[in-house]
Ligand binder design. Structure first.
Ligand SMILES: [Cu+2]
Length: 133
């Protein structure tokens, strides 16, 4: 009997060791992409994760103004989060987001979007970024 349970224990330990390490959820891309220079505030900002995540806050830091919380909503199966009409100011805007990774750990990042009235079409339009179907 003792021998039997010990074998079970060894089996359980080995199964744990063989489990793949959990990785944090990561951002697949954002629309517009960080570093974009746009002529006007985009209609929306979308953050796409590589797997389901839970965004907990999105804060906008714009030139000469206090930080502002942005409302956001999940779209799809919680892999995408969208801010409608962020009303970005002229200049450099930093959109700081915080989220819970699928494994429960906090993750964060930021997107820089520069609004430059009269920006020429030579700035890459967001639709051409990444794998667009
Ligand atoms: Cu983690």
């Amino acid at each position: 009997m003792i021998r039997y349970s010990r074998t079970l224990m060894v089996g359980a330990v080995m199964a744990l060791a063989a489990a793949p390490a959990l990785a944090h959820s990561t951002v697949k891309n954002t629309v517009p992409a960080s570093g974009s220079i746009l002529a006007a505030s985009p209609a929306e900002i979308t953050i796409n994760f590589n797997e389901a995540a839970r965004v907990t806050s999105i804060i906008l830091i714009e030139p000469g103004k206090p930080e502002r919380k942005l409302d956001f909503m999940p779209s799809g199966s919680s892999t995408s989060f969208m801010v409608h009409d962020p009303k970005l100011a002229t200049g450099r805007n930093e959109i700081k987001w915080k989220a819970l990774s699928k494994d429960g750990h906090p993750i964060e990042g930021s997107i820089i979007i520069v609004i430059k009235p009269g920006a020429t079409p030579s700035s890459p339009p967001p639709a051409k970024d990444h794998d667009h179907h």
